[in-house]
Ligand binder design. Sequence first.
Ligand code: HEC
Ligand code: HEC
Length: 401
Amino acid sequence: MHRSVIFIVFLSILVSTLLIQACKQQNNKRKVKRPPAKEKPADLGTVAALPVSYKSPGYNPTTEEKIELGRLLFFDPILSGNKDVACATCHHPEFGYAEILELPIGVNGTGFGSKRQFRHPNDIPFSKRNAPAIVNTVFNGIDEGGNYIPEQAPMFWDVRVKSLEVQSLQPIKQLEEMRGRQIGEDEILPVIVKRLKAIPEYRRLFKAAFNEEESITEMNMAKALASFERSLVANNSRFDEYMRGNTSALTQSEKEGMQLFIESGCALCHNGPMLSDFKPHVLGAPENEEKLGFLDSGFNNTFAYRTPTLRNLRYTAPYMHSGKLKTLDQVLTFYEDLNGKPLPNINVKREQVDTLALKIKVEFKNIPRIIEFLNTLNDEKYDRRIPTAVPSGLSVGGNIK
Ligand code: HEC
Ligand code: HEC
């Protein structure tokens, strides 16, 4: 009798200890299973700082002579058919080397900034799309790991051209951007080369930059323009400082904005050091058919456009390929509405929208902080020097007075 009581007491102590032990383990397991609070899900993309220096293609090493020649060419309207449009007309330093108009006015235009207009209506159309910034285009194509190949750098909203060298001759051939009606597409480049050869200062500058038997060629013009564009770098935003290790470069609120940017799905496409995957995506953003007079259908007629960089947005409004969204608030509202509201581009069906875009979840209350984060990507310390005169003696920057 006595013994069995002791045994039962012993047994119950054993059982309760085992139970407590089991409960503890259960608790521990639950703790281990819960993810750490701040861990970022891997498939939402990552953002990174820009490199501190840049690369050029092997066949066109950057030199000071090429940069300065390229700068003069960039601001000289001698490159246009009617000698009235320069690259800088649509890519002016004052607007972050982008364009303040929804769609740029090249040939047949007069005036500067928002005051620019056509001299004779209905003669030459608007340019097809909003002009992107030239600043940092040296990094076009850079991936999340910071790798890029200058010869392969994707150019234009529909990635139809690769490298700054190849890109730089395109606007000269384009009817509404620089060529005009007088000179044909096949004749324009030889005409420009001939004009440059007739100007002693260009003869001297090309010789100094290239030192070839015949230094003034289409190819060398392209190389000089590309070298100048490469030199337009803005890689020291507060965001870059933060990503390079200065934890106090961003405020608490901006850091939260960055977290919200990633959690909302923005970095699925806006990733890496340029905040762009450089791939075309269908979003269904508004078109500009009324200004254009026809429908722009984007990359391969799919209404896809290349993800733009999100750097220096403060200087490059308006936004999207159509220039139809005037503020960052409007862009963020567009993304919020993507979740359910009818698309602003009536030509795009919901089934066509990029699967990554359908993952975007922007909450109205988070918009201000996401915009705060976007503003940390501005770096105004890019080269804005405008030559006081160009070798042709024409109006610097084209007909923009
Ligand atoms: C009439 C306005 C206009 C002029 C003049 C002009 N551009 Fe552009 N530029 C644009 C537009 C519009 C685009 C976008 C076109 C597209 O994507 O289809 C563009 C795109 C670019 C791009 C591509 C940037 C990127 O990230 O994809 C570069 C580089 C560029 N231009 C350089 C130049 C150079 C160099 C000149 C002079 C030789 C020049 N542009 C003259 C309007 C202009
Ligand atoms: C599916 C890929 C994708 C995702 C996800 C995405 N974007 Fe975009 N973003 C684009 C593309 C493509 C454009 C250009 C669309 C056009 O012009 O029609 C663009 C344009 C923009 C622009 C205009 C930039 C300019 O210079 O015109 C801003 C700002 C922007 N996105 C911010 C964001 C933010 C913030 C988020 C998250 C809420 C986001 N994006 C999510 C692909 C994406």
